[in-house]
Design a protein around this ligand. Structure first.
Ligand SMILES: NC(=O)c1ccc[n+]([C@@H]2O[C@H](COP(=O)([O-])OP(=O)(O)OC[C@H]3O[C@@H](n4cnc5c(N)ncnc54)[C@H](OP(=O)(O)O)[C@@H]3O)[C@@H](O)[C@H]2O)c1
Length: 240
């Protein structure tokens, strides 16, 4: 090999090693993220993730609707909308931004989700006899979704705050924490990077079997809001 080619190829190899190391450290690579649903939460998270450099695809029951076209335009980049299963099939990360009581049915309709990260922001709540909202599932939506997609990496996230605070965390008047649970540490680190890129804080609260605790956090959050005493969660790490 002549000297100049050897120099170029060793420089290329160093750049490659450096870029792989940075990607591993910061999780900075662009992912394709499918937002299933086109309502408040998808409309908050899609544009935020696009601003972080990710490719966004919305999965909608009616991707040609004017509101969906407007959301795609607002998201910018190379965002587009298609059917729910088609969107999930193209993505590395799938966000289940649909009503909590249809989340299982929707996940079951998305095809094979093996190897993908599934972000579950859903809440499944309804009014109890005493007027307070209650959790209406025995375990949690995140565990039900993990059972439907056992080879996917489910991370419960974004279920404990209002979508407006996702867009503008400063509305809260102080730091806001997004608690995460899931069984895979790498998947949680990837979701934590998305959270922190939005100006929110993340905290890892353990495996997916604790998702009922996060879903319960939303129940008392809603009851606080209904009582006229709204708040946001901020979990402050103790000094080491
Ligand atoms: N709103 C909040 O501030 C907030 C905050 C945190 C978590 N969450 C949770 O996040 C989830 C989404 O909330 P959201 O406020 O975004 O709800 P939303 O505004 O009602 O939007 C839900 C979207 O899901 C799709 N969808 C509705 N019914 C469906 C069905 N039967 N089958 C398949 N897809 C259906 C629709 O999209 P297409 O019409 O395009 O198909 C719809 O736009 C809920 O579980 C909620 O509890 C909400």
């Amino acid at each position: 090999m002549n000297t100049s080619i050897r120099t170029v190829s060793s420089t290329f190899a160093s750049v490659l090693v450096l870029s792989v190391a940075l990607t591993a450290t910061f999780g900075a690579s662009a992912e394709t993220i499918a937002l299933i649903g086109t309502g408040n939460v998808a409309g908050a998270l899609g544009p935020e993730f696009a601003m972080q450099g990710h490719d966004i695809v919305y999965g909608s029951r009616n991707p040609d609707r004017a509101e969906v076209r407007e959301l795609v335009a607002r998201t910018g980049g190379n965002a587009f909308a298609t059917g729910q299963a088609e969107a999930a099939a193209q993505a590395d990360i799938v966000v289940i931004a649909v009503p909590g009581d249809v989340a299982e049915q929707v996940v079951a309709s998305l095809g094979d989700l093996s190897g993908k990260i599934i972000i579950d922001p859903t809440n499944r709540v309804g009014p109890g006899d005493d007027g307070f909202m209650m959790h209406t599932v025995a375990t949690s939506n995140a565990e039900l979704i993990q059972a439907l997609a056992p080879e996917a990496y489910v991370v419960k996230a974004f279920n404990t705050l209002n979508y407006r605070t996702m867009i503008d965390p400063e509305l809260s008047g102080g730091p806001v924490t997004i608690p995460l649970v899931g069984n895979n540490a790498e998947a949680k680190a990837t979701v934590a990077a998305l959270v922190e890129g939005m100006g929110l804080e993340s905290i890892d609260l353990g495996p997916v079997r604790f998702a009922h605790v996060l879903e319960g956090m939303l129940v008392i959050w809603i009851n606080g809001r209904s009582a006229g005493t709204p708040y946001d969660y901020h979990l402050r790490p103790q000094p080491q």
